[in-house]
Ligand binder design. Structure first.
Ligand SMILES: Cc1cc2nc3c(=O)[nH]c(=O)nc-3n(C[C@H](O)[C@H](O)[C@H](O)COP(=O)(O)OP(=O)(O)OC[C@H]3O[C@@H](n4cnc5c(N)ncnc54)[C@H](O)[C@@H]3O)c2cc1C
Length: 449
């Protein structure tokens, strides 16, 4: 049998491609190296709650996600919190400060000074003077000034990219703001125009998950596939040309034949598979750098807190801190609350601190604990102790988050051009092409099918 498509990788990108091909009744096979689907997604039940040792939530504004949930009839299992209601904090100058959309609150919390706040209003006049692609830092500093850029934007982006703001491309990491400036001449004008448009008014974004965690979604997607179209423990080792088709060789000595291959694995994994068949494509894919990250899931006793952990979590604006941020996993949705404990998930590492990942997990954990003691000092009156931290699970991901750095646009142009001219039957999806979020990965998979 020759499949029309073989999809390499059973993370959300590959599963969504499989879902769409299944829907349009095409012949395909999704192959996954591991015994389990979901890729970076890992939902782990804990007592009456649950935490995610990977992505935690999805923004519900993705039309693809909405369609997918409707296709699978999963509306009932959804957990939802409005973005506006989910409190976020920034750890700055030794304190947790609430990030409020109200500018006066930002000033009174000390997150930004009144002078820096006033500078924000000069945004419409701060035009771009050269054609050069700007980093996130250069773009935001030009538009809003240094203080808000560092304290707010760069800190916020730590939570999404774990990246280096001096290197991340504004065209990818701040796509929405760059597009507003390009289209309306300034970000403020863009916001006001959109607010006035009825369509934009209606949108209220929420973050969602499922009662059984994000992996519930990937499990349900897999249930739609029969044994002919889904193969687990199939690690693709090599690809050979066979007339106009391809023979795929797996580590279990099995072979499959396909007309087209959708690569839904990471860029560097696809690069390795293409080394012999298409060295130029392989080199282009391997130019994409992935930042490392380590995750620690642990519980803390509620009794030690004078002020409750009440929101999504915090991100650190402190450059001397190694912890990028912490998600208060048991507080994301009321259905996940526990009686006596808080479940927390701390992230450490990133593009600016790749060395930390080379240390042993024990050493990194020690660091995480010491830093959290400082973060919660005020909220616990200093009562929290090292022994209060109960480690539940941890994970080091050496190549975790693709960095869409300056020059990424050229990499993607080259990738599109090479695949069109040299390998039109190779398609590429994932979170390293147009954006890092699950929403971006879904959109890219749709473009491949
Ligand atoms: C720690 C972390 C937290 C994140 N948090 C969020 C979040 O909260 N919200 C959000 O929107 N995004 C988040 N992201 C980004 C999000 O995880 C990704 O956009 C998305 O999950 C990527 O999925 P994927 O299917 O493209 O890749 P992956 O999940 O990496 O899946 C690739 C699959 O390919 C398989 N594979 C690789 N090579 C082969 C081979 N040779 N043969 C067969 N199979 C192979 C792998 O085993 C894997 O299952 C996070 C990412 C990380 C790392």
């Amino acid at each position: 049998m020759i499949y029309d498509y073989v999809i390499v990788g059973g993370g959300i990108s590959g599963l969504y491609a499989a879902h769409l091909l299944n829907k349009s009744q095409q012949s395909f096979c999704l192959i996954e190296a591991k015994s389990e689907l979901g890729g970076t997604w890992k939902s782990i039940p804990y007592k009456n709650s649950l935490f995610e040792l990977g992505p935690n939530t999805i923004i519900d504004s993705s039309v693809d996600l909405q369609e997918l949930i409707a296709d699978l009839n999963l509306e009932e299992g959804i957990l939802k919190t409005s973005l506006a209601k989910s409190k976020r904090y920034i750890f700055d100058e030794g304190k947790l400060k609430e990030l409020k959309p109200n500018p006066f609150a930002l000033i009174s919390s000390g997150l930004i000074s009144a002078k820096a706040f006033l500078k924000i209003f000069t945004e419409p006049f701060n035009k771009k003077i050269s054609d050069e692609e700007e980093s996130v830092r250069d773009f935001a500093t030009r538009k809003f000034g240094e203080e808000p850029t560092h304290k707010l934007l760069e800190t916020f982006l730590k939570g999404v990219w774990a990246g280096d703001p001096g290197k991340l491309s504004s065209e990818f990491a701040l796509k929405f703001l760059v597009e507003l400036e390009n289209k309306y001449g300034s970000i403020f004008s863009g916001f006001f125009s959109q607010m006035l448009s009825k369509k934009e008014k209606k949108k209220k974004k929420s973050i969602i998950s499922f009662r059984e965690g994000l992996q519930f979604l990937t499990n349900k997607m897999a249930e739609q596939l029969d044994e002919n179209s889904l193969k687990l423990n199939y690690e693709l080792d090599s690809i050979e040309k066979d007339n106009g088709d391809y023979v795929l060789n797996f580590n279990n000595n099995e072979q499959l034949k396909a007309k087209k291959i959708i690569f839904a694995n990471k860029a560097y994994e696809a690069a390795e598979l293409l080394e012999d068949l298409s060295p130029e494509l392989s080199q282009t894919l391997s130019d994409i750098y992935y930042a490392p990250i380590a995750l620690f899931a642990y519980s803390l006793p509620k009794s030690k807190f004078k002020k409750a952990l009440d929101g999504f979590g915090y991100l650190s604006a402190d450059n001397n801190f190694e912890t990028l941020g912490t998600i208060w996993a048991s507080e994301l949705f009321p259905e996940r609350n526990l009686d006596d404990e808080y479940l927390c998930l701390s992230f450490i590492g990133g593009a600016k601190n790749p060395g930390v990942i080379e240390k042993s997990e024990d050493l990194i954990w020690e660091k995480v604990v010491l830093e959290q003691l400082k973060v919660y000092q005020e909220w616990t009156d200093g009562d929290l102790e090292t022994g209060d931290f109960k480690l539940i699970a941890s994970k080091k991901i050496v190549k975790a988050i693709p960095q869409l750095n300056i020059g990424h646009g050229e990499i993607i142009e080259k990738l599109e051009e090479l695949s069109k001219n040299q390998a039109p039957n190779f398609l590429f999806t994932g979170n390293y092409i147009n954006g890092v979020s699950i929403k971006d990965a879904l959109a890219r998979s749709k473009a491949c099918c």
